[in-house]
Design a protein around this ligand. Sequence first.
Ligand code: ATP
Length: 491
Amino acid sequence: MYKEVSIGLGAAVLIFLVVIGYNVGPLIFLGVLGGFLYYLMRSRGVVKNFHKVPSEAQVQVSFCDVGGQATAIEELREALDFIKNRQEIRRLGIRPLKGILLTGPPGTGKTLLARAAANYTDAVFISASGSEFIEMYAGVGAQRVRKLFKTAREMAQKHKKDYALVFIDEIDVLGGKRGKTSSHLEYDQTLNQLLVEMDGIDVDDEVQILVVAATNRADMLDPALLRPGRFDRQVRVELPAKDGRLEIIRLHTRNKPLGKDVDLAELAADTFGFSGAHLESLANEAAILAMREGAKEISKAHFQEAIDKVIMGGKLDRRPSVEEMKRVAIHETGHALISELVRPGSVSTLTITPRGSALGYMRQTAEDDRYLHTQDYLESQIAVLLAGAVAEEMLLGSRSTGATSDIEQALQIAEQLIRSGMSELGFVSLESLPSDAKHKALNGILKRQEELVRRSLEAQKPGLEAIVRHLLQREKISGEEFRNLMASPAA
Ligand code: ATP
């Protein structure tokens, strides 16, 4: 805004000077020179505009907008209440809390929490990402850190606020262990400057600064950052559990018209492993699908399709050949049949529509969030993974590369079985096992499951063939249809 007005005014003054006969040549020369110098400073990063969030935007994010993070919110709020109580802190001579570190997987709401924290403390919010500080030129990163804190103070003064919240995302990029970056000392200088700025925060400062940083890799951080007096409060922001997912889905569907068949609790159960960002994307994709179809409301089918899209990516135009489609249908039906056998009701969708990097897939419903796995459970997962390749071999006489990632996953689970002392080797360290013993143990686990799967599929061969024919005709069948077909394959 100011920029446009200044350009307009400048142009008007120039025209006026030309009209009254003034020689504007030297002025234009000076203007161009000034502009060039400013451009150089910006491109070298000396002048850097951090992401300032205007105070009106802050009002919109509060802790009520963050779902499924009750524990993180409670811990954060406790720390913020402490900061807000400035008089008491001063009276008791307590060192102010300077930094809060939010750690956890991507998309779980760390930025959202930081914004809500700024709102809660009535602070101005300024954010930057760790990668914005890293430059080729020595000293630029440190200069940017200084500027970030200076801007935060100025913004708070301008908006007449007592607090400023500086949010640094991906702090591991700038706060990694010092001395580890080989090329130059730029990283170290930048981190040192951040430490200097944080050490300089005092309870008597006119503007109280709170640094909130986020990372997915707390283990990478320099210990100096984590020592008391800096980021001495760590808040874990985990992937949401089922209730949390329900809360987040509710938040992101509150402004959307939902069909009568939509059951949000069922959706929450179906989205194990989804982060808040995934769930936001799910609600958005479902609404887009409804709009494309010209539907007035978002239905269950839209949400189901959106789950597939979020997990696997968009549908592909590329069509596999008829033989390939048949192979994919056999492979996926194999997975689905064993999945139903080991856990009845577990098939959610079965499709041979190519999506992302997959030619087809079988999605399982999550019963309940699991954090511990028994031997039976892990072995049954291996069986489901191997069933695709075994079904292909049974009906087509050969296997294909379609099973590559299934086998990799099955091997990982088998390793987990050995590591947790659930294999015939007893309690052993996988790392210290001789490679042939490890290979034999892994192979033994997979072979046993392969045999069980082969016997089960042989017993169900007519049903398997009938479902494959059905899937080839329809391209996608729901878990319910699949179970009906299993019960009466001839239908
Ligand atoms: P990253 O580590 O990748 O920076 P993040 O943890 O900071 O991710 P956000 O940027 O806060 O994640 O989340 C991205 C978007 O996902 C948010 O704008 C919001 O729409 C949605 N979201 C994520 N977590 C939640 C949550 N707990 N409640 C509601 N919405 C969420």
